[in-house]
Design a protein around this ligand. Structure first.
Ligand code: FDP
Length: 325
C-alpha cells in the first residue's frame, strides 16, 4: 500500500481558505517552492557538472562568490519575477534592491539563495532562506525595508537534505520533507522542546576569544550543560535547534587579535538571515535577540545588507544570556 501525504501546497491552500485570504500568497509560494526544487537539483548534480567551485568574483560582502551562489540567485530571481506578485526583492547576491512588479506586486521578498558557502565545495547542507512582507494595502506604500515583525511568513530549505521549514504569522512553524516526486509533504508543527535534556549550543567555537568578555564568561559557565553542535550553515544549525531546543549564536567579534577582523555589528545579515530565523523561532515559541538586548524582530533595517549579532532559540536560554549583555 502506498502511503500518501498532504503536500505543502495543499496545506497552504487549506490554511488560506480558513483565513479567507486571496490566492496571491499561494502563487508567490508556488514560485518559492519551484525555485527551491530547481536549486536542489543543481546542487545534487553540482559535483558532477563542476558547479561546486568558485565563480571567480567577489560579492558585496567581500566574499568569494561560488558558482552555485550565482546559479541559485538566478533561479530564485526567475521564479519570483515570473510570479508577478513581488514588488521588489533583496538578495544576498545583489548589492542593489531588485525591482520586479513595482506597480502591481503585493509582496517584498528578502532572501539568501544559498547560505553556508563553506559547505558548498563539499556538497554538504546549505540553506535557501527567505522572508516575506506585504505591501501596505490601506494607505500609500512607501517601499520601506520591513522589520521581521512586519513579515507574514519566513522559511528555509535545507539543501540537499530536502527539508523545508516555514513560519506563518500567528499560525505556527511547520516542517515538510521532500518526497520521491520532489514535493514537500507531511506538515508537522514545530514547537521548541521545554525539556533541557536535548538542548544544544551552536556557535563557531574558533571565535570564542574574540567575543565580548561577558559573552565569553557566559559560555564558560554554561557550555558543559549542553551538547555542542556546529555545521557552519545557519539553516542546518537552526534546524537542529528548532527540533532539540537550545541556542544558536553568532556574537559580535570585538576582541580579534587583528582589529581589522573585528565585526562589532556581528556577521549575519538582518533581513534574510537573522529576521528569518527569528520569525520561525517566535512561531515555534522561542526568542531571538541581538547583543544590545533588542529583539531581532523589532530591528528596523536601515540598509538591505545590514548585519547584526544573533542569539536565537529557547526563550529561557536567550533571556539568560541577555542578562549578561
Ligand atoms: P557562510 O558565511 O559560510 O555563507 O552568513 C552566512 C553563514 O555562512 C551562515 O550560514 C553560518 O551560520 C555562518 O555564516 C558561518 O560563519 P563562520 O564560518 O564564521 O562560522
Amino acid at each position: 500500500m502506498i502511503r500518501f501525504e498532504q503536500t505543502f501546497m495543499n496545506f497552504l491552500l487549506e490554511h488560506q481558505e480558513r483565513q479567507h485570504r486571496t490566492g496571491h500568497f499561494l502563487i508567490l509560494m508556488d514560485a518559492v517552492i519551484s525555485a527551491a526544487r530547481h536549486i536542489q537539483y543543481y546542487y545534487l548534480t553540482g559535483a558532477l557538472k563542476g558547479n561546486l567551485g568558485l565563480a571567480g568574483s567577489v560579492n558585496i560582502q567581500g566574499e568569494d562568490v561560488m558558482r552555485m551562489d550565482q546559479i541559485a540567485h538566478e533561479i530564485a530571481i526567475h521564479y519570483l519575477k515570473s510570479s508577478g506578485r513581488v514588488i521588489h526583492a533583496v538578495s544576498e547576491e545583489s548589492e542593489p534592491i531588485i525591482p520586479m512588479n513595482v506597480e502591481g506586486g503585493r509582496y517584498f521578498v528578502y532572501f539568501d539563495p544559498l547560505d553556508g558557502s563553506s559547505n558548498v565545495s563539499h556538497g554538504l547542507p546549505v540553506g535557501f532562506l527567505f522572508g516575506v512582507a506585504k505591501r501596505n494595502l490601506e494607505g500609500t506604500e512607501d517601499l520601506h525595508l520591513r522589520s521581521g515583525n512586519e513579515f507574514i511568513a519566513a522559511g528555509m530549505f535545507v539543501i540537499p537534505t530536502g527539508t523545508f521549514t516555514m513560519g506563518l504569522k500567528d499560525a505556527g512553524t511547520w516542517r515538510f520533507h521532500m518526497d520521491e516526486t520532489m514535493n514537500y509533504v507531511r506538515p508537522t508543527r514545530i514547537l521548541l522542546p521545554e525539556k533541557k535534556k536535548t538542548w544544544e549550543l551552536s556557535f563557531n567555537a574558533a571565535n570564542r576569544r574574540a567575543y565580548a568578555e561577558k559573552v565569553q564568561a557566559w559560555i564558560m559557565e554554561n557550555e558543559n550543560r549542553y551538547a555542542f553542535r556546529y555545521l557552519g550553515a545557519l539553516a542546518g544549525d537552526f534546524h537542529r535547534i528548532l527540533a532539540n531546543g537550545g541556542m544558536f549564536m553568532y556574537p559580535a567579534i570585538v576582541n580579534h587579535p587583528d582589529p581589522k577582523k573585528n565585526r562589532p555589528e556581528g556577521k549575519l545579515r538582518l533581513m534574510y538571515e537573522a529576521s528569518v530565523v527569528a520569525f520561525m523561532c517566535r512561531e515555534a515559541g522561542g526568542l531571538a535577540m541581538n547583543e544590545k538586548g533588542v529583539p531581532i524582530l523589532d530591528i528596523k533595517p536601515e540598509k538591505p545588507h545590514q548585519r547584526c549579532s544573533l542569539y536565537v532559540g529557547s526563550k529561557a536560554l536567550v533571556e539568560d544570556i541577555a542578562q549578561a549583555f
